[in-house]
Ligand binder design. Structure first.
Ligand SMILES: Nc1nc2c(ncn2[C@@H]2O[C@H](COP(=O)(O)OP(=O)(O)O)[C@@H](O)[C@H]2O)c(=O)[nH]1
Ligand SMILES: [Mg+2]
Ligand SMILES: [Zn+2]
Length: 291
């Protein structure tokens, strides 16, 4: 798209090398490029890629050290979660948040399908929203099908480039269609959605919102995580723990069994959510991948 908003279909010519990054794809969704229009045509050739403000990657394959850039230049990342089917685990949300922290991308949590929650789930939702807001995250609840709270949802997306994340079946396409019917994204039946791993595409796609802004959808990418980090780094990706940096007795405190730990003290006196702390510990100990 050029500065006037006109679209141009462009080819890549030659080889692009991005210094320091061994990537299987030279160009990703969200990249800002320079291009040379073909004379008298709407098409063109990409001649350069601007430096990326940020980007998210995944490994090309498990064994490979090469990475695949999923998307770039995002203002925020949003996880769509639900306490209805297919229920999103807190572990999944926390991994999403940790990844956003690692990439320095602001994160938003949206709970969808609130029309289906029973009393107990609504109580739990309240608790979760509290917990995530205390940790410094934007949290929102919506119902795509009942069109509840969609103005706030739309407001958060306006004029921003947002990466959309969340398990298949949580209602991502329904939500986007609800605020932008012209996109007419394919909505899966619940039974289809339950066949995890069946995806039509594994590439990120970008949609423009008529009121301003872009959405990057990454179907088939279950988690955009997979940043490698050391054990001691993990607590830097929990803002409420990061805020206590240097207040533990030991500089390299992992807030697990160490004496004189300020984080544990704050958990005990209720200033840090015990649920978040437990998720932190299971991530630290590598026990979080089960849910
Ligand atoms: N009851 C209810 N169902 C919803 C809601 N949002 C989505 N769904 C249903 O959930 C299923 C999966 O939705 P879809 O948008 O395809 O999910 P996606 O895989 O995340 O894109 C469809 O059957 C939708 O009709 C909601 O707010 N309430
Ligand atoms: Mg979808
Ligand atoms: Zn500590």
């Amino acid at each position: 798209m050029d500065e006037t908003g006109k679209r141009h279909e462009c080819r890549l010519r030659g080889k692009f090398k991005i210094s320091g990054l061994q990537s299987t794809n030279p160009i990703a969704v969200g990249d800002h490029v320079e291009f040379q229009p073909d004379p008298g045509q709407e098409t063109g050739t990409i001649t350069g890629i601007e430096n990326r403000r940020n980007y998210i990657i995944r490994k090309a394959t498990n064994l490979s050290r090469r990475t695949h850039i999923i998307a770039s230049n995002m203002d925020q990342a949003m996880v769509i979660a639900t306490l209805a089917e297919p229920r999103t685990s807190m572990g999944f949300i926390d991994r999403f948040l940790v990844t956003c922290e690692a990439y320095s991308i602001p994160a938003v949590i949206v709970f969808n399908k609130t029309d289906l929650y029973d009393e107990e789930s609504l109580d739990y939702l309240e608790q979760l929203l509290h917990m995530y807001r205390d940790a410094g995250y934007k949290g929102l609840c919506v119902s795509a099908t009942q069109k509840q709270n969609l103005e706030s949802f739309e407001q958060i997306l306006r004029n921003k480039t947002t990466l959309l994340s969340g398990h298949s079946g949580v209602g991502k396409s329904t939500l986007i269609n609800a605020i932008e019917p012209s996109l007419n994204l394919k909505v899966q039946s619940i039974s289809q959605a339950h066949l995890k791993g069946r995806h039509t595409t594994t590439f990120a796609e970008m949609f423009e919102l008529s009121k301003g802004g872009f959405i990057i959808d990454t179907p088939g990418i279950k988690e955009f995580g997979l940043v490698d980090f050391e054990q001691w780094e993990l607590c830097h990706y929990f803002p409420e723990m990061r805020a206590l940096f240097n207040l533990c007795r030991y500089d390299n405190c992992t807030h697990h069994n160490e004496p004189g730990c300020k984080v544990k003290e704050e958990v005990e006196n209720g200033k840090i959510s015990i649920l978040r702390y437990h998720n932190y510990l299971s991530m630290l100990l590598g026990e979080d991948r089960k849910n």
